[in-house]
Design a protein around this ligand. Structure first.
Ligand SMILES: Cc1ncc(C[n+]2csc(CCOP(=O)(O)OP(=O)(O)O)c2C)c(N)n1
Ligand SMILES: [Mg+2]
Length: 280
């Protein structure tokens, strides 16, 4: 695919990634369904329109880096990495099996994967380090870090936020999958973060809100981040946990479970119908 493909292609891509994610999770019999499905347009936008990466040279020094801080959402990242050609698609079937490179939380060693993650709250600190290392080495590249909204309850996130602002790391872009839910229910009930966008701004960040399922909105947001000078940027992407499958959307109980066979069949039928609507 060319870097500048149109929105219809990207929407079809998102449907196909959703199919892969649900199929992998059903086969594994466990995993995080809701928080994988909410990230898909963000990942497709990044991996097909934004990131400067080369799947045939995953370690190329002058590459953009993507850090999945919300490691439990990795089925979506695995599906996108395989589709971009970092490793064979066949390997998706091995999710969560012994000796597989595709563990339930990302493990360093898989081509295209920058870090191990899963213990929430650490990815932004690592991203600050990666961006500072690129600055010291004179490498022109950007670092993108995807966090969950519940994850940003972690104190370490705000230490990293202060550090990034202090060092004026304008090559760093964080994204929050702002789906308003976390493991135990609504974020505002577990630990309310108040005026969320303003919080980031007060920490010295350039904040942009976007519709996390709309490619035009995401594209505008990411293009804006690329033009910011002297400040790290955050894209607060409004999303729906479980997006794309009616009986999974917005349900906290779908945080840490996989679909059963009959649920997979129903979900895939919904995605087929959605695809038909697209091409009508
Ligand atoms: C340090 C740490 N504490 C707790 C967990 C267990 N855990 C996994 S996912 C999750 C909820 C995260 O919510 P959010 O960041 O909003 O993720 P999403 O809604 O995108 O799934 C929790 C508490 C963890 N992985 N790491
Ligand atoms: Mg959440």
């Amino acid at each position: 695919m060319e870097k500048n493909h149109d929105v219809l292609e990207l929407k079809k891509k998102a449907i196909s990634v959703r199919r892969d994610v649900l199929t992998m999770l059903e086969k594994a019999g466990s995993g995080h369904t809701g928080g994988s499905l909410s990230t898909i347009e963000i990942l497709v936008e990044l991996y097909y329109r934004i990131l400067n990466i080369d799947p045939s040279h995953p370690k190329k020094r002058e590459r953009d880096k993507f850090v999945l801080s919300k490691g439990h959402g990795c089925p979506a990242l695995y599906a996108v990495l395989a589709d971009r050609g970092f490793f064979p698609k066949e390997e998706l079937k091995t999710l969560r099996t012994l000796k597989s490179r595709l563990q339930g939380h990302p493990q360093f060693g898989l081509p295209g994967l920058e870090i191990s993650s899963g213990s929430l709250g650490q990815g932004l600190s690592i991203s600050v380090g990666l961006a500072l290392a690129d600055r010291m080495d004179g490498i022109k590249a950007r670092v993108y870090c995807l966090m969950g909204d519940g994850e940003t309850n972690e104190g370490q996130v705000w230490e990293a936020a202060m550090t990034a602002a202090h060092y004026k790391i304008d090559t760093l872009c964080a994204i929050v999958d702002y789906n308003k839910l976390q493991i135990d229910g609504m974020c505002c009930e577990v630990k309310d973060m108040g005026e969320y966008r303003e919080k980031w701004e007060h920490f010295g960040w350039h904040a942009i809100e976007a519709n996390g399922h709309d490619f035009d909105s995401l594209d505008r947001a990411f293009k804006e981040t690329q033009s910011v000078v002297g400040k790290p940027q955050i894209v607060i992407a409004h999303t729906v946990k479980g997006k794309g499958v009616s009986f999974i959307e917005n349900k906290a109980e779908w945080h840490g479970i996989a679909p059963k066979k009959e649920e997979l069949v129903r979900a895939l039928a919904e995605l087929d119908a959605e695809e038909k609507m697209l091409t009508k």
